[in-house]
Design a protein around this ligand. Structure first.
Ligand code: DON
Length: 427
């Protein structure tokens, strides 16, 4: 299987090699020194296995791909309310370096444009430039699963030519939208943009986002799932600047590009993608990178809004082991929609049984909404003199330490539950 997927990845990259449109970023002189032919692609599976093709060991600067990660770190460190008070989440349809703020709040419209990214840097705790940057570098490194480093030449080059960003930072300061000394904040921003990564680092960072903050390589939970959900949301709506609508339609993956030529893309729960090719289109997105992502999405069916076949998965079997006992065997990942169907079926059938037994032995995952609904079935059936039992050996619905509270209702095996239901029949 791995060999087959490797062939796909190699072929999809090879299809774009002859594409030589676009130009190297030159507004930061050091970036113009990149090899225009450099071209790498890495896919990370959600368990951390990586497929690499082409120049996957070449280091380039992360540039704007830093933005979602610093935003995630700000959310992680000071919480969503405090971040929301300083940075919006509305797409702008503007260029990445637009000098703009929200008309009403006078805060940056989103964290993916420079204004929002500079504001996000100012929210990272730290008493000095060094301390703040170290926290950022540490966080990116945790996401990548290796210690990353800075390209001092690119940093110096960006610092020497960063007047546009200075204008943005000073504008934010004048509106009271930036905490701290704008030059110090900018210094951290220039440094974070100059962190060196490979496509494999990007794929691993993406996989950490795909796994809700768990780095599958190291097994470490870098941040929590709420932080990641918010971060992916702004990547979807704002990640590709004024090309976002086109990107979401054609590729359908939360993503972020950088003028160093990198693109990071995420298929939540499934995949992390890192691609590099430094020739850029007029919006500052890698030309080959965009095409590779389009092909990957089309050929491997990765669009995150693809409506999959209705999950026949949730109800595995329904049967009556005894005349007035009905068993519902439930499987898969239990979320709201799947459990809603199970409950509707059980409620519809209520005249056919005295005891409904919900067997969640084969469940893989469950969220709080589904858990609450399954527990609630009993109360909703009680009005009709019906009982609901649960077979839950793993504690998906009722944690093992709460099982005593549910004695006689929650069982370890289907046989135990059916025996108890039969007793009820006899009684
Ligand atoms: O702020 C800047 O100008 C850069 N260091 C980062 C810009 C960037 O990568 C824009 N993305 N495509």
């Amino acid at each position: 299987m791995a060999a087959l997927v490797q062939q796909y990845v190699d072929r999809i990259r090879a299809e774009q090699i002859s594409l030589r449109d676009g130009a190297l970023a030159s507004y930061i002189p050091e970036l113009a020194k990149a090899d225009p032919e450099g071209f790498g692609l890495t896919l990370s599976a959600s368990d951390g296995y990586v497929y690499e093709s082409g120049d996957t060991a070449v280091e380039f600067t992360i540039q704007s791909i830093s933005k979602p990660f610093t935003y995630a770190l700000a959310l992680d460190q000071i919480g969503q309310d405090a971040v929301d008070a300083r940075i919006g989440v509305e797409p702008t349809g503007e260029a990445f370096n637009e000098i703009s703020v929200d008309n009403v709040t006078k805060t940056p419209k989103n964290p993916m444009i420079n204004a929002g990214a500079i504001a996000a840097v100012s929210l990272i705790p730290g008493d000095s430039v060094g301390e703040r940057f170290e926290r950022i570098l540490e966080f990116y490194s945790e996401c990548a699963g290796r210690r990353l480093d800075i390209d001092m030449d690119v940093y110096a080059s960006e610092k020497a030519t960063g007047n546009r960003n200075r204008a943005i930072a000073y504008m934010l300061t004048s509106f009271g939208a930036l905490t701290g000394d704008p030059d110090e904040v900018l210094d951290v921003y220039f440094r974070q943009c100059s962190i060196k990564v490979t496509t494999t680092d990007l794929a691993r960072m993406a996989a950490t986002l795909a796994r809700g903050g768990l780095n599958p390589l190291t097994g470490r939970q870098v941040t929590d799932a709420n932080v990641i959900r918010r971060t992916l949301s702004v990547m979807v709506t704002c990640g590709m600047y004024d090309a976002t609508g086109d990107w979401v339609s054609a590729v359908g993956l939360p993503a972020k590009s950088g003028v160093g030529g990198g693109i990071v893309a995420v298929l939540p729960g499934q995949l992390g993608i890192g691609v590099y090719s430094p020739r850029l289109d007029s919006r500052g997105n890698s030309v080959r990178g965009v095409q590779v992502c389009r092909s990957l999405s089309a050929q491997l069916g990765l669009h995150f809004l693809t409506v999959s076949r209705e999950s026949s998965a949730t109800l595995r079997a329904v049967f009556d082991p005894s005349p007035r006992v009905r068993v519902y065997e439930i499987q898969g990942d239990l979320l709201f929609a799947g459990v809603e169907q199970v409950l509707r079926t059980a409620e519809r059938d209520r005249d056919d049984y005295d005891v409904a037994v919900l067997d969640v032995t084969r469940v893989n995952d469950i969220n709080d909404a589904a858990r609450g609904m399954l527990i609630g079935l009993r109360a909703s059936l009680a009005g009709g003199d019906k009982e609901a039992y649960l077979v839950d050996p793993e504690g998906w619905v009722v944690r093992a330490d709460r099982r005593e509270d549910y004695r006689g209702i929650v069982f370890r095996t289907l046989d135990e539950a059916v025996d108890a239901a039969r007793q009820l029949e006899i009684g």
